[in-house]
Ligand binder design. Sequence first.
Ligand code: DQA
Length: 146
Amino acid sequence: MATLPTIFVLNGPNLNLLGTREPEVYGSDTLDDIAGQLEDRGRELGVAIDMRQSNHEGHLIDWLHEAQAKGAKAVILNAGALTHTSIALHDAVKAISVPVFEVHLSNPCARESFRHHSFVSPVARGTITGLGALGYQLALDAAARL
Ligand code: DQA
């Protein structure tokens, strides 16, 4: 049987705490809940999901390189606070030809001013913010179809 196209779903710092972390901002779904939702939707769309989380910038960069090396179909990236600080992540997204879809559970532009700038957005294929866990599923639909 031919292998399914793979979509990497990369999550940055503090997203391992979803479910208990500021649920009024980020919702009550855990990262495992979101992974389950994406796997269900991935089966319907005919894509495999490779979901990961790290609190370390370098892991995210290595995984973006790996997505390229392994010929991933797309990357869904919620870089957490690194979104607002990391030129290295910007460069990594720019360095690969795999399309990267930026997702945020909250709407950073409606929050503190230090969240208003994203180093990921200028190099992302598209960005979905403010829709909670649904944003991941919408990004997956887009990644599978575009
Ligand atoms: C976040 C938004 C970021 O500003 C924040 O630092 C996060 C989560 C989101 O999903 O809404 O860690 O990326």
